[in-house]
Design a protein around this ligand. Structure first.
Ligand code: UDH
Ligand code: MN
Length: 372
């Protein structure tokens, strides 16, 4: 028989445990603590890279499913199509930034990637050809990590792909959107890509179900970033990583060329999508997750104070400024082992301004002629 005394003891103990659990759950960051405990129990699972525990918890090793692919397979004409959903996809990926990583190590771990950062699945014919366009200057450290995670992720998705770094030459103010226009033109000049991913260098995908394939409308892929609490910051947000077909890109006249410095250009691009009669598609919050490598605002990329005024005029400017007016000078083209580097002189604000104004006048004159 249990005495009344010890009965109460059990009741108090039970209530006490409940209180501790409730306190844990109600405090900010409880997910982290819970995932820590869960990880202890699931340790063997996680190291195999087959962790399906869902977003928010730990992820698997991005290289886990790739070791059986080998150079022994030869790209022949008679390869079957790859399956519609790749069997190599496994879900959440563990992302961390070990200090000793080198490009040589990334190269060693990606033996099937060829000159210029190209890849084709060795044992099936890819259903999709995707070019990754990355605007870049002085972020070699971030690039190394992106390549470490992106190469195996794209291979897991059985894509044919190529990675292009569009490197802005000189020290003049950075211009992210104009570099994207350069990337589009140069990549399409080289190959008939059916999808282009415009990708910040510091965003690391955390789930390989976020496929690097285009939709019927422009797709915003980086929907849940850690820096925004894994939520979309606002409905029209189109920054970080986005995917467009060549047709989408041309329909909206590409990206603006005249946003110098930080901010505004991604919203301008989002507005262009709807002005061109399209809409933004997105993966689920669970899948479109990215970690941003922490950094400060770069030298040469000060916040652009004109961005709000410019944004207010997108409706008037999008046809006058974009892919049709992107002027630049390619300085060098290098096929490196893990990517193609295109160094480009994109000029300065004044030059571009004159071009846009001239273009505007030309159009006016042409219109006046055609009205005659
Ligand atoms: N980029 C470069 N070099 C530069 C500037 C930008 O490569 O000097 C590229 C790079 O691909 C980067 C992208 O442009 O990922 C976007 O620039 P960003 O990373 O500076 O933009 P973000 O919105 O900046 O991440 C936030 C400013 C951080 C301030 C943090 C203060 N707490
Ligand atoms: Mn950033």
């Amino acid at each position: 028989m249990v005495s009344i005394h010890s009965k109460w003891r059990y009741i108090f103990m039970f209530l006490g445990i409940q209180l501790v659990v409730m306190a844990l759950l109600s405090r900010e960051g409880y997910q982290k603590r819970m995932s820590y405990f869960i990880r202890i129990f699931r340790k063997t699972d996680a190291t195999l890279g087959r962790n399906h525990t869902g977003a928010g918890l730990t992820g698997g090793d991005v290289y886990a499913n790739l070791s059986h692919l080998s150079k022994a397979h030869i790209h022949g004409d008679d390869l079957p199509y790859c399956p519609k959903t790749s069997p190599l996809i496994s879900g959440p990926i563990h992302v961390s930034f070990p200090s000793g990583l080198t490009l040589e190590e990334v190269q060693r771990r990606n033996p099937l990637v060829v000159r210029g950062g190209r890849y084709r699945p060795p044992n099936c014919d890819a259903r999709h050809r995707t070019a990754i366009i990355i605007p870049h200057r002085h972020r070699e450290h971030h690039l190394k990590f992106l390549l470490y995670y992106l190469h195996p992720l794209l291979q897991r998705q059985q894509l044919q792909y190529g990675i292009y770094i569009i490197h802005q030459a000189g020290n003049y103010t950075f211009n992210r959107a104009k570099l994207m226009n350069v990337g589009f033109r140069e990549a399409m000049r080289e190959e008939d890509w059916d999808c282009l991913f415009f990708h910040d260098v510091d965003l690391i995908p955390e789930d390989d179900r976020n496929t690097y394939v285009c939709d019927s409308n422009p797709k915003h892929a980086a929907i849940a970033m850690d820096k925004f609490g894994y939520k979309l910051p606002y409905k029209m947000y189109f920054g970080g990583v986005s995917a467009l077909t060549p047709l989408h890109y041309l329909k909206m006249n590409g990206f603006p060329n005249n946003y110098w410095g930080w901010g505004g250009e991604d919203d301008d691009i989002g507005v262009r999508v709807s002005l061109a009669g399209m809409y933004i598609t997105r993966p689920s919050l669970k899948v479109g997750r990215y970690k941003m490598i922490k950094h400060k605002l770069d030298k040469g990329n000060d916040v652009n104070p004109k961005r709000f005024n410019m944004l207010a005029k997108t409706r008037q400017t999008w046809k006058l400024d974009g892919m049709n007016t992107a002027e630049y000078e390619t300085i060098s083209w290098q096929y490196l082992p893990l990517y193609t580097n295109i160094t480009v002189n994109i000029g300065t604000e004044e030059v571009q301004h004159v071009t846009v104004v001239e273009d505007f006048l030309h159009q006016k004159i042409n219109r006046a002629h055609s009205d005659e």
